[in-house]
Every structure is written in C-alpha cells, then in structure tokens.
Ligand binder design. Sequence first.
Ligand code: PRP
Ligand code: URA
Ligand code: MG
Length: 213
Amino acid sequence: MRTQVVDHPLVSHKLTTLRDQDTDSPTFRRLCDELVTLLAYEATREVRVIAADITTPVSPTTGVKLATPKPLVVPILRAGLGMLDGMMRLLPTAEVGFLGMLRNEETLEASTYAERLPEDLSGRQCYVLDPMLATGGTLAAAIRFLTDRGADDITAICLLAAPEGLARLEAGLDGLAAPVTVVTAALDERLNDKGYIVPGLGDAGDRMYGVAH
Ligand SMILES: O=P(O)(O)OC[C@H]1O[C@H](OP(=O)(O)OP(=O)(O)O)[C@H](O)[C@@H]1O
Ligand SMILES: O=c1cc[nH]c(=O)[nH]1
Ligand SMILES: [Mg+2]
C-alpha cells in the first residue's frame, strides 16, 4: 500500500477552514468539493490512457485519451457523496458506483447498508471517496468489496487519515493482489477513545448534512 500526503499550501489553507468548528455546512461542503479536485489531480497521476491521433488546426498529432474500461468512482455514503462532484470535475467520463456504509459508534465496526456497483469490475481502476480514514475499517471493507468483483487497481481519496487506520488498512490488505494507494490532504496525530481523528474535523457526514440520529 502506498500513502501520499498532498503537501500544498492551498490544500493546507482550505483544510484549516474545513476543520474549524465555526465553519458552517454550506462552506464545509464547498471546501470539501474544492479539496477533492486538488487531491484528484495527484490521485489520477496513474490513470490509464491510450494514444489518440487528432488533427489540430495546424497539423496532425498524437495525444492521449482515457483507456477503457473507464475508471469507476465510488463515493462511500454519506460523507463521500460530498466528494463526488469535485472528483467528476476532473474525470467527467468516469462511471460511478455507490456504497452506503455506516460505522457503529460503539463497536467502531463498519457495516454496509447499500450497494450499487457493476457486478464485474475486472480490469477496472477504482477511485474510492471517503473524507475520513479513522480506524480504517470502512475503507478496508470497501476495498474488499471492489477487489472481490475483480477491480485491479484502487486509489482511495481521503481528506484526513489517522496513523492507526493506515496501519490497520495495510495489515488488512495483506495478500491482496491489487495495488492500493491512499491519497490524503493530511496525516493527523491519532484517534481518540471514541475512534475520532485528532485534531480531525469531527463527524464529516454530520457537518455536511446534519446529525443523522
Ligand atoms: O475508518 P473508520 O473508523 O471506519 O471511520 C470512517 C468512516 O466513518 C464515517 O462515516 P459514518 O459511519 O459516520 O457515516 P456517515 O458518512 O453517514 O456519517 C466516515 O465518513 C467514514 O466512512
Ligand atoms: O473523526 C472521524 C472519525 C470517523 N468518522 C468521522 O466522520 N470523523
Ligand atoms: Mg458520520
């Protein structure tokens, strides 16, 4: 597993406002959208392309276009949905699959409550969107879902990651043939006793959409 922390002053600037408890939901959603587009630029560095012949107004030339099968973007509901538009801005022709996952706040175990993905993901590059990688349980389960269907290259885009979650994810993916990359805006200090990222930003889904229960 490869982890990339995107070190850029604009990313740090936007992330600082995102973390601030006084930032309201509309601003939080906008910043999340902008951050994803910045992270997506790095996350798609290895996106598969093929040569494409075109003619400019001046001469013929060869460029590239996205290879098929097209990449699949998979936001993890709820909070990952707030990252979808920012990602699709860079990859407008990608397809989208959905996973609804919820972490039990007592046991910290992730469960899946919704799934709408192609049956066969053979040879697909997948981009998983979830703002928070805390214990890593949610992302580990999502990656297994995709690789069980044949996905052969996974990149997760997270706004924040905890060291404990990255370590658990790496251990949990032991033996997986598909390469996994995590691209994040920041590697935070730790998890607290409730499994929240410190300093973090609180509950990403609640801050985007309101308290669920
Ligand atoms: O790494 P983990 O410890 O598994 O935690 C991370 C997960 O927790 C949050 O989702 P949550 O369960 O709060 O659902 P929500 O997006 O609907 O709020 C977050 O968006 C991740 O999906
Ligand atoms: O800090 C955290 C941990 C899990 N889920 C969140 O939304 N925030
Ligand atoms: Mg939540």
